[in-house]
Design a protein around this ligand. Structure first.
Ligand SMILES: C[S@@+](CC[C@H](N)C(=O)[O-])C[C@H]1O[C@@H](n2cnc3c(N)ncnc32)[C@H](O)[C@@H]1O
Length: 439
């Protein structure tokens, strides 16, 4: 293990990388690392070397904070924000606070007017918004009197899917987290979706028994299937996530060798492609892909739309990867953010259902996390990926997988699956796993 750096060395690292970032982005529209709301265009992606500098600066700042706070206050800094953050997100969601604050840079609203518009008692509204300001969401204009957007809170007005993200943060995630231990005690070692913590919470909310679960194979997706609003909400939340730096589908698109016509598939199937976002990006980027079929559960494809420019190349079809064998022929199959929703027994089932459609040499491209070993130098990445792993367990009884985990799942599904390569593009949270089907 590398020797521990002094706090002044950490500060120097922050200084060095901050300078690299400032110099490297000087004059670029949309990047000024400011929290002031300016209606600047969406931040362009930083190039790979600047992403490295950013990651180093954030990692050093995170360590410096932990070291300066010391054990007790550091633990407090992790635990204390949990309830207020849930409260802030819940109020932002249920009282739609962000939408009542003028979306013009510099324009403010008094707490009194804001409370009236949101239908919240004035004192409670002020306390919640001031707590949000403390966490750098919104900015006070006149102390105790008025508030305005900053660059962070402006997202609630500018990005339509943010309400759905807030709902997830405020409702679904905390409800599931509170039932995590109960789910482990009730159903130890279970890989069934219906035994996830989120499902324990859902049954409790609906007054249903957790002692006798009628059908433990039914999980989160079955539960929301009955409710079009929740299906749309989940899809919007996923669309928002797909657009975030680090999660962008462009990393997958940059990693496939499809500029080479001899390696570009003519037909692809995007398995569980939701609203078809990834298929749309693939078709627009790779003219050689003549046809993409985005398959998902019937209630999902029912509300999906083919945009004008992709008529004739993109189509949607219903497919249940747990109960049906794949019948759509393709040269490549794409899975993005799918397997981590499922425990190993289900991941194996999905692959077994795919295998009958595959020919020798068919490629499968998976865009998902490949968990590295815990790092001594990148806790930020570890925090993100290990948190995602816990979230997958809470919501679905799913998991993020290490290379070994992926190898095991493929080997159990069919010996003809062979992992050809695993690449984690610089700046990306997910890896791109290329799998070849051998004969
Ligand atoms: C996390 S989303 C990923 C969506 C998309 N691939 C993306 O990257 O944005 C998981 C998708 O799996 C779909 N899904 C869940 N259970 C399924 C099943 N049994 N068969 C097919 N699709 C399913 C959901 O409807 C949802 O669209």
């Amino acid at each position: 293990m590398a020797p521990e750096r002094s706090i002044s060395e950490l500060a120097e690292l922050i200084q060095k990388n901050a300078k690299i970032l400032e110099d490297g982005t000087k004059g670029q529209r949309g990047i000024n690392f400011s929290l002031t709301f300016t209606l600047s265009p969406a931040a362009p992606k930083l190039d790979a070397s600047l992403e490295v500098a950013k990651a180093e600066a954030i990692e050093a700042a995170d360590e410096l904070k932990a070291r300066l706070l010391g054990p007790f206050l550091y633990l407090g800094s992790l635990v204390l924000p949990v309830p207020p953050t849930i409260v802030i997100c819940s109020c932002l969601y249920h009282f739609n606070i962000g939408s009542h604050i003028p979306l013009q840079p510099g324009s403010s609203i008094t707490y009194e007017d804001l409370a009236a518009r949101c239908g919240m008692p004035l004192d409670d509204l002020r306390r919640v918004v001031q707590a949000a300001v403390a966490y750098r969401i919104f900015e006070e204009d006149t102390p105790d009197i008025s508030v305005k957007h900053n660059n962070i809170s402006a997202l609630f007005g500018l990005a339509p899917g943010m309400a759905d993200v807030l709902n997830q943060l405020a409702e679904d995630n905390p409800a599931g987290a509170m039932k995590f231990v109960e789910s482990l005690r009730r159903y130890p070692g279970s890989g069934e979706p219906g035994h996830s913590a989120r499902m324990v919470a859902e049954r409790a909310e609906r007054g249903l028994s957790n002692d006798e679960v009628a059908d433990p194979t039914k999980g989160f997706f079955d539960m929301i299937a009955e409710d079009t609003a929740r299906v749309t909400q989940f899809r919007n939340m996923m669309d928002m996530t797909t657009k975030q730096p680090g999660y962008a589908a462009s990393y997958l698109l940059d990693s496939v060798p499809w500029d080479d016509a001899t390696r570009c598939p003519k037909a692809i199937v995007d398995i569980a492609g939701a609203g078809g976002d990834v298929s749309k990006q693939i078709l627009r980027r790779y003219a050689g892909v003549e046809k993409a079929t985005s398959v998902d559960l019937p209630e999902v494809v029912e509300i999906a739309e083919v945009p004008e420019d992709l008529q004739g190349r993109l189509n949607f079809a219903p497919y249940n990867f747990l109960t049906e064998t794949m019948s759509h022929e393709a040269d490549a199959y794409v899975f993005r953010h799918i397997f981590h929703d499922w425990s190993d027994q289900y991941a194996v089932k999905i692959l077994k259902n795919l295998a009958p459609a595959l020919r020798a040499g068919t490629r499968i491209w998976i865009n998902e996390v490949v968990l590295p070993e815990l790092s001594a130098t990148d806790h930020i990445n570890d925090q993100r990926q290990r948190s995602a792993d816990i979230m997958m367990k809470i919501a679905f009884n799913g998991k993020e997988r290490s290379r070994r985990g992926w190898e095991n799942v493929f080997a159990e599904a069919d010996k003809r699956f062979r992992i050809q390569s695993i690449v984690q593009p610089k700046g990306a949270i997910d890896s791109v796993i290329e799998v070849v089907f051998d004969d």
